[in-house]
Design a protein around this ligand. Structure first.
Ligand code: FAD
Length: 433
C-alpha cells in the first residue's frame, strides 16, 4: 500500500515512524516543502533566550526516515490533489520541476500558518513571525546580534507564545512591549487570579503591558518601526507577531472544490472522524490542519503538538489495519514565565457558561500556588482546571485525566494518587469546608 504524506513536522514525522514501527513493508512517500523535518517550535523561545542553536531543536532527520525506508521529497511543495485519480502534483522549490505521485492513502499533515495582519510585510526584516525553523533562526539571530544594546521589541499577542518571547527578549536586555487586544494575557487558558501573577512577572522584568488595544498599522522609519495601536503610538526596533495560527488547508479545499468533491471543514480546519479519516475516501488529516474531538463533544481546532502526535498514532494504526479510535482531548498545556509555572486543561468559567449554560468556579489560593476548578453546577463534574504552582506541569496531567473520565470535585479527594497532592488539598477545602 502506498501512503503519501504531505508535510513532515510533528504529525508527518510521527505518522511515518509509527507506520514503519508497525509494518516495515509499507511504502511511504513524504512531500515536505521545507529543507528540514520535525522542528520543535516550542524550542524557539528557549533557544533564543539561552542561545541554544535552533539546529538542536529537531528530534528526527531525513536520514533517520530514509533509514526506515521512507522516501522523501524535500523542498517539494504539493500543489494539486486529484482525489478521483488518487494523485498529488508536487513542485520542486529548487528547480521548479513538476512531478505526479500516485497514492493509495493520502495523509494531509500540512499543519498551520501564522496569522498575518494586513500591515505584515515579509520584506521588512525586523517584523518577525514565530513558527518554523527559519522564523526561529531569524529571532535568534536578532537576539544574538542586538542583545544588551538598549533595543526595543514589541511582541504582538499575549498568548503562550508571545509571553514566552517576552521573557526571551527581556532576559537578553531588550526593552519589551507586549501588545494584547484583550484585557488580560493568556485569557483563553487562565482565570484572572493566575494571569495577574503572570502579568506581574512580566512587568517586574522590564516588559510593558499594553492591554485592550490592537495594532492598526506599522510603518518602517529608518531602522525603526512606528506602531499605531487603537490607543497609542510606539516606536520600536523590531516586532514579533504572535497573533495565532490558521489551518494550512487551502490547497486541499480548493482541489476538492474544483472536482466537486466535499472535504468537510470547520473554519478551514479539516473535520475528521475517530480514526483521523476525512470525508474523502482514503484521505486522512492529522495535526494542526485537522479538527480535534474536544471533550465537550465538539470538533474544534486545537493547535498543539501533543494533539498532532496522538492523531498521527491513530491514523498510522488504522492505516496499518490496527483499529484504534481517537480519544477526546482537553487541550492540556503548560508554560513557564520567569520561573513561575502555569498549566491549564479543559475550559474556563466563561466558556463553561457559554457552552453548558452554567458553571461554578472554585479557587484555592495560598502564598505559593493557585488552583482553580471549573465545575458544572449540579454534578460538580470538573470541566476545567488551571494551576499556578511549582509543579503545575505535573499536576495538570492528573487534572486532564480527571476531566477525561468525567470526574467530579468529590472524586478527586478519593482517587488513590500515592500522595495527598495540591489538587486534592484544594478540592478538600471546597467539599469539607
Ligand atoms: C512558537 C510555538 C511554540 C509552541 N509550543 C508548543 C508547546 O509547548 N506544546 C505543544 O503541544 N504545542 C506547541 N506548539 C504547537 C505545535 O508546534 C504545533 O501544534 C505543531 O507544530 C503541529 O504540527 P503539524 O505537523 O500538524 O504542523 P506544522 O508544524 O504546521 O507542520 C506542517 C508541515 O507541513 C509542511 N507543508 C505544508 N504545506 C505543504 C505543502 N503543500 N507541501 C509540502 N509540505 C507542506 C510545512 O512545511 C510543515 O513542515 C507551538 C507552536 C509554536 C509556533
Amino acid at each position: 500500500m502506498k501512503v503519501v504524506v504531505i508535510g513532515c513536522t510533528h504529525a508527518g514525522t510521527t505518522l511515518a515512524t509509527t507506520i514503519m514501527g508497525i509494518n516495515r513493508d509499507m511504502d511511504i512517500t513524504i512531500v515536505e516543502k521545507n529543507n528540514n523535518i520535525s522542528f520543535l517550535s516550542c524550542g524557539i523561545a528557549i533557544g533564543a533566550q539561552n542561545h541554544i542553536p535552533m539546529s538542536r531543536m529537531f528530534y528526527s532527520s531525513v536520514q533517520v526516515l530514509e533509514k526506515l525506508g521512507v522516501e522523501l521529497y524535500m523542498q517539494h511543495e504539493a500543489v494539486q490533489v486529484d482525489y478521483s485519480q488518487k494523485t498529488v502534483s508536487i513542485l520542486s522549490i529548487v528547480n521548479q520541476t513538476h512531478l505526479e505521485i500516485q497514492y493509495d492513502v493520502l495523509v494531509i499533515a500540512s499543519g498551520s500558518l501564522p496569522i498575518t495582519p494586513s500591515f505584515y510585510n515579509s520584506n521588512v526584516e525586523n517584523i518577525m513571525l514565530c513558527k518554523n525553523f527559519e522564523n526561529g533562526r531569524t529571532i535568534q539571530n536578532y537576539v544574538n546580534r542586538f542583545q544588551n544594546q538598549n533595543k526595543i521589541v514589541a511582541i504582538v499577542g499575549g498568548g503562550y507564545i508571545g509571553v514566552e518571547l517576552c521573557e526571551a527578549f527581556s532576559s537578553n536586555n531588550f526593552t519589551v512591549h507586549l501588545i494584547e487586544g484583550d484585557d488580560r494575557i493568556m485569557k483563553r487558558y487562565f482565570c484572572e487570579d493566575i494571569t495577574y501573577i503572570a502579568e506581574n512577572k512580566l512587568t517586574d522584568n522590564n516588559c510593558a503591558l499594553h492591554m485592550n488595544q490592537f495594532v492598526t498599522s506599522v510603518i518602517p522609519s529608518g531602522q525603526q518601526l512606528l506602531i499605531q495601536t487603537t490607543k497609542q503610538k510606539l516606536t520600536v526596533d523590531a516586532i514579533v507577531l504572535c497573533i495565532g495560527f490558521k489551518p494550512n488547508t487551502a490547497l486541499f479545499i480548493n482541489s476538492a472544490h474544483s472536482q466537486n468533491i466535499i472535504l468537510n471543514c470547520l473554519n478551514d480546519s479539516i473535520v475528521v472522524d475517530d480514526f483521523s479519516r476525512t470525508s474523502i475516501p482514503d484521505v486522512y488529516a492529522i495535526g494542526d490542519c485537522a479538527c480535534c474531538s474536544f471533550f465537550t463533544d465538539e470538533s474544534k481546532s486545537i493547535t498543539l503538538a501533543t494533539n498532532a502526535i496522538r492523531q498521527a498514532f491513530v491514523a498510522a494504526a488504522n492505516i496499518c489495519g490496527v483499529v484504534m479510535p481517537q480519544q477526546k482531548v482537553q487541550g492540556t498545556s503548560c508554560t513557564q514565565v520567569f520561573g513561575a509555572s502555569f498549566a491549564s486543561t479543559g475550559i474556563t468559567i466563561s466558556e463553561s457558561i457559554m457552552r453548558f449554560g452554567n458553571g461554578k468556579q472554585y479557587i484555592y489560593k495560598d502564598e505559593e500556588c493557585i488552583v482553580q476548578y471549573v465545575c458544572l453546577e449540579k454534578t460538580l463534574q470538573i470541566v476545567g482546571v488551571q494551576i499556578y504552582s511549582d509543579n503545575a506541569g505535573e499536576l495538570i496531567q492528573v487534572a486532564s485525566i480527571l476531566i477525561h473520565f468525567k470526574s467530579s470535585l468529590k472524586d478527586i479527594i478519593m482517587v488513590d494518587l500515592g500522595e495527598f497532592n495540591l489538587l486534592q488539598k484544594a478540592a478538600n477545602t471546597f467539599i469539607f469546608k
